[in-house]
Design a protein around this ligand. Structure first.
Ligand code: HEM
Length: 441
């Protein structure tokens, strides 16, 4: 993209929007077939705001054992350790970046940037240093350089800033592309819009106050205006009520989403989503983020009976209990049979097919609902901003998605329109460290 492009304005119009086809008629064949988700001022900020609780990212207190870090395909998870009234501060520095193992806040702004052609390695390093200083300030309630004053008087609301890099930037830097930073293969039924996919750098901003996110995004984008150009941006939300009460939130299909997920206790300092090998060294302590922008075909979905919807997922809609069970927390018994001998949890159900077949397939889902523009067919472009953190997408997201795209009954009600994989950088070891130092120093 041109270095003269500025960073204002919404993400580009989407060719996928322009080409959007009407939803499938109920009972009809899918178009895809039948089968187819900180600074000194920081101290001022901390002093200025009563901190009701602290959430420390991946280094968080393992006493949170069993709580959900995110909340599955939809982010609105367990909040027992999080003050969501707006005064919460999530520690910025740590072995891992905050915003991954942090219990999912109620709102997200996810932005992908491209590095300008004339941006040098030292320009990019300068941007990362400026971002790190600003992020430390904003997440602790202080003000950042060039603060536009959007959220003056607001509390940090558990703001987290999580930054990663795409394969395109890693290759440009000649850093040696990790095998785990794989290109996403094409999956049956995908309608991927390149303008809503990929990118050199990703910034995940999460908070329990959307205004805080708007402010943080403006600060970071302005600080990068000489080196980066905004490529795409997504905004998402969870259920604030569910987050307040510590319940699993519902997605826009009405399902309790996030029941079976990797827990914060599993994420404390090591675990299934962290890169712990020294290969490549710049990723040690990092993770990989898969982003899938999934449109839900809600007219079609809502036409189905509740019974049919429950068979598609494999769980009861009202309670979230697995079919054949009573409680949301009940074991998903894939061996259970109906009186006629048929599997209680259908062979093409989402929970059966998505269930990890080995620990290597584990991923932590941290998704959000999204709602956007009116499409040419008169429906609203809405669905799930599927986000999943993992140690290696080639052994987790990709094989799981291969099963889903081939057999998942849910595929008839969804279209994936955006896709990306990012290497999420390790955390900062101290207040003098900066995000990306392992890659750009
Ligand atoms: C619009 C798309 C999607 C919707 C509406 C959806 C919805 C759900 C629901 C309702 C559950 C059951 C509750 C839970 O355990 O969280 C679930 C489970 C799960 N989903 Fe999805 N999902 C979507 C896409 C995806 C994608 C793309 C993947 C990964 C490739 C995925 C992976 C999983 C996994 C791993 C589980 C837990 C299975 C288990 O261990 O029981 N989902 N999803």
């Amino acid at each position: 993209m041109s270095s003269t492009d500025h960073n204002e304005g919404p993400a580009r119009d989407s060719p996928a929007d322009a080409q959007a086809e009407p939803e499938k008629a109920s009972g009809g064949i899918s178009r895809r077939g039948m089968f187819g988700l900180f600074t000194a001022t920081a101290a001022l900020g901390v002093a200025g705001f009563a901190v009701a609780s602290q959430v420390t990212g991946a280094t968080s207190d393992p006493s949170s054992a069993g709580s959900r870090a995110g909340s599955g395909d939809l982010g609105a998870g367990n909040t027992a350790e999080t003050d969501i009234a707006g005064s919460g501060i999530v520690e910025f520095d740590g072995l891992h970046q905050a915003g991954i193992a942090t219990p999912a806040q109620s709102n997200i702004v996810l932005t992908s940037y491209d590095a300008n052609q004339n941006a040098s390695r030292s320009d990019l390093a300068a941007t990362m240093k400026a971002w790190t200083v600003a992020a430390r300030a904003m997440t602790s309630g202080g003000s950042a350089k060039g603060d536009p004053g959007i959220s003056t008087g607001s509390r940090p609301a558990n703001l987290t800033v999580t930054i990663g890099v795409g394969a395109s930037l890693v290759q440009r830097l000649g850093a040696g592309r990790p095998a785990a930073l794989a290109d996403m293969p094409a999956f049956a039924g995908d309608q991927i819009d390149p303008a809503r996919s990929d990118g050199d750098i990703v910034v995940q901003l999460c908070a329990d106050d959307p205004l805080i996110l708007a402010h943080a995004e403006r600060v970071l984008t302005r600080l990068a205006s000489d080196t980066l150009t905004l490529r795409w941006q997504e905004q998402g939300f969870g259920s604030t009520g569910a987050r307040r009460d510590g319940r699993t939130g519902r997605n826009l299909m009405g399902q309790l989403d996030g029941t079976n997920n990797v827990t914060t206790s599993q994420l404390a300092t090591s675990g299934p989503i962290w890169v712990d090998e020294a290969e490549p060294a710049w990723m040690t302590g990092g993770s990989y983020l898969v982003v899938r922008r999934i449109r839900m075909l809600l007219n079609t979905w809502e036409h189905e009976s509740t019974t049919r919807q429950e068979h598609v997922i494999g769980r009861t809609k009202a309670t979230g209990a697995p079919l054949g069970g009573k409680l949301e927390s009940d074991f998903v018994d894939l061996e259970a049979r109906n009186p006629d001998g048929s599997p209680t949890i259908p062979v093409d159900s989402h929970v059966r097919l998505s269930k990890p077949q080995s620990t290597g397939e584990s991923m932590m889902r941290r998704g959000y609902s999204h709602r956007g523009a009116v499409l040419p067919d008169g429906t609203v472009d809405q669905g799930l901003l599927f986000l999943a953190y993992q140690k290696d997408p080639t052994t987790s997201f990709i094989p799981v998605q291969q099963r889903l795209s081939a057999h998942d009954a849910l595929s008839a009600f969804t279209v994936t329109t955006g896709s990306a994989v990012f290497a999420i950088l390790p955390g900062t070891s101290s207040h003098s460290d900066w995000l990306g130092s392992t890659l750009l120093a």
